[in-house]
Design a protein around this ligand. Structure first.
Ligand code: SF4
Length: 458
């Protein structure tokens, strides 16, 4: 993910939209970070855990699982922060932004985020604490196979890779992802942990896979029914590929939980990038008309928090403005908007394609500017991405990997990306010369060629 500077929308992802008045963060010596104390991400699919989602993954075992928020590595990072030191282990992400004069997540949230662990309400320097914000990835069970996703997060892609076998060509590797052998045990331990600490949480993020498609979603509904959490705001990240009738009944159950004071709020962060046929290609498996029905249903339920998250890359950016035209037509300032660019896999990063993506970003900015609601603009953030892309040069190596990837997916999925994206196909072919192909072959063979950056230097 590449979101370097915070936007109002990204803050709302964490805080949701409700106003909260809880104890403030008291440990004011830099670079202490409230997230390091209060946030845990659990990757049950990998058997790892991190502090905020930027940070190093620490290995989970059956022995250490029940204290996943206080593994020695996490405590060590907090101790360094108490002493006024940056801990490394991923926090470089914030340090680099701050060194460049930007507002990092650490700084951006520190005053507004009222999620102080209970232990720090008594002693601000205590390093063994209980999280208030939990983010959990269960298995990779998903009902879609987005073009830029991998078997790590999609069981559909995992099955596709099993069916077609490993693929290696032009520096591209597609391979199976090993499941966490302790998944079932850790999932059971997760519910044990929830029984002990779930009611102390303020925010719960559930990611996937696809949360609405996973059995854990129904398990949560039953768990909240038995274990009321009147302070908890539940956020799920969904592709909205669902039978609409089933979605309506699931939402009804959540509405009932909130009405009974068993849950404070509910937010859906909708992952969608672009419009119509191009959306059906990029987010393979989605049914566009069904998506429209489901989004419309959620938008009409005004008590649900909503955020749209879009990934900018060459196969999404050209029709992205049409998606936002659809969303902005709801004229609903409650719907927050956010964007990111892809860092991994590198060959989907828009800056690898020279200035190809500028046109799509400009159309998007033009449409956003027409919204009467300032929270829909986020123009400075998009201008930051635009600025980066405006200086970009075509990276032949990554463009070759990109077209190799899409060609292979076409074989596997019976698609024809070049027909859907003729301009992109032409742009790539025009910007790869015979020299580049020879260079690319040498690079794959391991022959000394110098770095691509050196080759591009002027
Ligand atoms: S990466 Fe930033 S926000 Fe995350 S724990 Fe480190 S300093 Fe805090």
């Amino acid at each position: 993910m590449s979101a370097t500077f915070l936007t109002e929308s990204s803050i709302n992802t964490i805080l949701m939209t409700t106003s909260i008045h809880r104890p403030k963060w008291q440990l004011n010596n830099d670079p202490a970070c409230q997230f390091k104390w209060t946030w845990s991400t659990l990757f049950l699919n990998f058997g790892t855990t991190s502090s905020c989602h930027r940070c190093k993954h620490w290995k989970l075992t059956v022995e250490n699982f029940m204290d996943f928020h206080n593994l020695p590595g996490k405590i060590g990072d907090r101790e360094k922060m108490v002493k006024g030191q940056w801990p490394g282990n991923g926090c470089e992400y914030c340090k680099v932004v701050e060194d460049a004069g930007g507002i990092s997540e650490r700084i951006g949230y520190i005053n507004d985020l009222e999620m102080v662990p209970p232990e720090n309400e008594i002693d601000p320097t205590e390093t063994h604490v209980t999280p208030r914000l939990l983010e959990v990835y269960f298995s990779n069970l998903c009902n879609m196979s987005c073009t830029y996703c991998s078997a790590k997060f999609s069981s559909v892609i995992q099955h596709e890779n099993q069916k077609f076998g490993e693929f290696t060509k032009n520096g591209l590797e597609i391979y199976e992802w090993p499941d966490n052998p302790e998944y079932e045990v850790m999932r059971d331990m997760f519910w044990d942990w929830m029984d002990l600490h779930g009611q102390e949480l303020f925010t719960l993020h559930v990611l996937g896979g696809e949360p609405l498609f996973q059995p854990e979603f129904e398990m949560f509904l039953d768990w909240f029914d038995k274990n009321p959490c009147p302070n908890l705001e539940w956020v799920i990240f969904s592709n909205l590929k669902h039978n609409t009738i089933r979605l309506v009944s699931q939402v009804e159950r959540i509405k009932e939980l909130i009405a009974k004071g068993k849950l404070k709020g509910f937010q859906v962060n909708v992952s969608i990038d672009n419009f119509g046929k191009e959306a059906e290609y990029a987010r393979h498996g989605i049914i566009w008309d069904q998506f429209v029905d489901n989004f419309t249903f959620l938008a009409q339920e005004k008590w649900i928090g909503m955020q749209v998250q879009s990934t900018i890359c060459p196969i999404t950016v050209q029709s992205m403005w049409q998606l936002y035209d659809f969303i902005l037509n709801f004229e609903d300032p409650r719907i927050n908007l956010s964007w990111n660019t892809i860092q991994d896999p590198k060959w989907f990063n828009p800056s690898r394609f020279g200035t190809y993506c500028l046109d799509g970003i400009d159309k998007l900015i033009e449409r956003l500017n027409q919204s009467p609601f300032s929270q829909h603009h986020n123009i400075p953030y998009l201008l930051g991405i635009r600025n980066q892309i405006s200086k970009a040069r075509c990276d032949s190596y990554e463009m070759i990997r990109f077209k190799t990837h899409l060609d292979e997916l076409d074989v596997r999925r019976g698609l024809k990306w070049r027909q859907l994206y003729p301009d992109l196909s032409e742009h790539i072919e025009k910007n790869i010369t015979t020299d580049d192909i020879i260079f690319q072959e040498l690079k794959i063979m391991g022959a000394p060629t110098g770095d691509q950056e050196v080759k591009n230097a002027t």
